[in-house]
Design a protein around this ligand. Structure first.
Ligand SMILES: Cc1cc2nc3c(=O)[nH]c(=O)nc-3n(C[C@H](O)[C@H](O)[C@H](O)COP(=O)(O)OP(=O)(O)OC[C@H]3O[C@@H](n4cnc5c(N)ncnc54)[C@H](O)[C@@H]3O)c2cc1C
Ligand code: SF4
Ligand code: SF4
Length: 361
């Protein structure tokens, strides 16, 4: 019998709508019974005549659990791909249900002792807000107290930013600049349909607000020796950490051979073009390709910046000089990064040369 304790909705999604349970490969099964006795949710019963497990209550199976498959000595149990569960976690409904549940059961779920962590929490003031494209907000944040800042961050890192009225609503944002002496940082925030934090940022946040931030976090930092040429790939606001890395290179190695491929849905989505233009002037080795799926009336740009049509993957495929011997630094939406990783793998690029900063599940 399905047990109501086990078949309740999974983070708001009715359990019957989720295909997650084991299948027994009978030819491989040796009938040891480990899975039957090991599953506390009574998913299985045992057919004593045939000496085989039988999946009788598949909905009792815990979504994402693969314990029985992991402990099967004959590798005779299979599950749907874990990506089907990860895709559910990408849904706003699921993400928000987890967040709400954490809050609702805080008294039970809170760790009794705080684990010390090396990153710091500081307060930052919204010094300026700029909306250079319909769905992009560029923020400049400065420390409330001089010196209490992320002055020591490494270009490419990110911070976690809290909404002021909430003790728990926080999201990660990449720092879009190399360290400045005054501790100010720039963030590029893209509006996400139905997104909790971005809705607040676009509709309520104002200059002068004080936000709590934790960091610096992340390891999307320059790893390549100075002589190695670089390929940067950015999707949407994935430009932010890439700009920080470029600013660092322009300062330390302006002659370096560098290419940036930046993808947006339409030409009017591109922003910070004056910043990119300035970088190409200061770094003669930098070439920028702005790729858009709808290439309508691109603005005039200097020679080192050109527009292309399609996606960053199309641009990569069409340019025979890429990736060449370059180390690759890519940031943005997970879907783009997954496809890029696949394309680079097909081209035989060693994984050790590819560095990625994913903005989501
Ligand atoms: C290390 C790191 C760095 C990041 N840096 C940046 C940055 O510099 N600029 C930036 O704009 N974002 C960045 N993000 C994404 C950011 O943290 C938030 O996820 C995003 O702003 C959405 O938050 P939200 O509360 O509005 O949406 P939520 O309420 O959390 O989510 C709503 C829905 O949108 C989906 N979603 C979440 N993020 C995205 C996204 N980026 N694109 C498409 N769909 C999404 C969710 O899966 C969910 O289905 C970064 C993420 C990580 C992990
Ligand atoms: S995956 Fe976990 S819950 Fe599901 S049948 Fe196996 S042991 Fe039981
Ligand atoms: S643990 Fe594996 S081999 Fe043993 S009964 Fe279950 S499926 Fe068969």
């Amino acid at each position: 019998m399905p047990n109501p304790q086990f078949t309740k909705p999974w983070h708001g999604v009715p359990r019957e709508q989720i295909h997650w349970n084991p299948t027994v490969l009978e030819d491989a099964c040796i009938g040891c019974g480990t899975c039957v006795t090991g599953c506390s949710r009574l998913v299985y019963r045992f057919d004593f005549e045939r000496k085989k497990p039988v999946v009788v209550d598949p909905l009792n199976c815990m979504v994402g659990c693969t314990t029985c498959a992991n402990t099967c000595p004959a590798h005779a149990l299979v599950f749907p791909p874990i990506e089907s569960v990860l895709a559910l976690e990408g849904l706003a409904q699921v993400r928000h249900a987890v967040e709400d549940d954490l809050q609702a059961r805080q008294d039970i779920l809170a760790a009794s002792a705080h684990v010390p962590h090396p990153d710091r929490i500081v307060k930052l003031v919204v010094q300026s807000m700029d909306k250079p494209a319909a769905d992009v907000l560029c923020l400049t944040l400065t420390p409330v107290t001089a010196g209490a800042c992320f002055c020591e961050f490494v270009p490419g890192q990110y911070i976690e930013l809290w909404q002021p009225e909430s003790s728990h609503l926080s999201r990660a944002y990449s720092i879009a600049n190399a360290p400045h002496g005054d501790g100010s940082i720039i963030l590029h925030i893209r509006r996400v349909e139905g997104g909790r934090f971005t809705q607040w940022a676009f509709e309520t946040m104002k200059v002068g607000d004080t936000l709590q931030a934790r960091g610096p976090l992340g390891a999307f930092t320059m790893r390549s020796p100075v002589g190695v040429p670089l390929l940067f790939v950015a999707g949407g606001t994935g430009l932010a950490p890439v700009l920080a890395l470029l600013e660092q290179q322009v300062y330390f190695a302006p002659q370096r051979d560098m290419v940036l491929l930046w993808g947006m849905r339409q030409v009017s989505d591109f922003y910070a073009l004056d910043t990119l233009q300035a970088l190409t002037t200061r770094a003669p080795g930098l070439r920028v390709v702005l790729v858009s799926q709808q290439l309508e009336k691109p603005p005039a740009m200097p020679l080192a910046v050109r527009f292309g049509s399609g996606t960053v993957l199309d641009a990569l495929a069409q340019d025979a000089s890429l990736p060449g011997g370059r180390d690759i630094y890519a940031a943005g939406p997970p879907v783009m990064l997954r496809e890029l990783a696949h394309a680079l793998d097909q081209q035989g690029v060693a994984k050790s040369r590819v560095h990625m900063d994913s903005f989501g599940v």
